[in-house]
Design a protein around this ligand. Structure first.
Ligand code: 4NP
Length: 173
């Protein structure tokens, strides 16, 4: 997918913040959070990249990730058991530089609540994936185990792309 990332007014800031958003915040976005946190840690940027996730819906507020998501993530080395769901709010647009939606419906919902003052990047997570032209990380909630594997596969390449983008645009001089 061709990257069309909005301008980069945050270049001078020392800390970059990333919020992953899906519908329930119990499957896709906590998986993205745990995976990206791990990749950022390995790359030595843990102190300079702030990471969180949220859902556009409110049904699962306060709950841990879906046990199927936890199990699939842990099998790949990502422990997401301590995460708790929360709902995205307009205040998140003040706090986060990158707000990344898991699918186009999530993105539409985020655009509807985006304040005019937001100067960060609001877009799709899979924009950062070089390996396919998909827009959506499919919602695995009502499906089987294979859906959770697909979420992990899609997020692996997108997370690598996102990390490379952040390094290139914010940290590499
Ligand atoms: P997520 O998956 O958006 O990846 O967390 C879902 C979780 C719960 C529901 C839908 C999607 N739900 O309808 O409760």
């Amino acid at each position: 997918m061709v990257l069309e990332i909005s301008s980069n007014p945050l270049k001078e800031e020392s800390k970059i913040s990333v919020l992953f958003v899906c519908l329930g915040n119990i499957c896709r976005s906590p998986t993205a959070e745990g995976m990206f946190r791990d990749k950022v840690l390995v790359s030595g940027l843990a102190d300079t990249v702030h990471i969180d996730s949220a859902g556009t819906g409110d049904w699962h507020i306060g709950r841990p990730p879906d046990v199927r998501a936890q199990k699939a993530a842990l099998a790949r080395g990502y422990d997401i058991s301590d995460l708790r769901a929360r709902q995205v709010s307009t205040a998140d647009f003040d706090e986060f530089d990158y707000i990344l939606a898991m699918d186009e419906q999530n993105l539409r919902d985020l655009h509807a609540m985006r304040p005019n003052t937001f100067r960060g990047h609001l877009g799709l997570m899979l924009q950062f994936s070089q390996s396919n032209d998909l827009t959506d990380v499919p919602d695995p909630y009502f499906g089987g185990e294979e859906g959770f594997q697909s979420v992990l596969d899609l997020l692996e390449t997108a997370s690598e792309g996102l990390l490379a983008h952040i390094r290139d645009h914010h940290f590499v001089k």
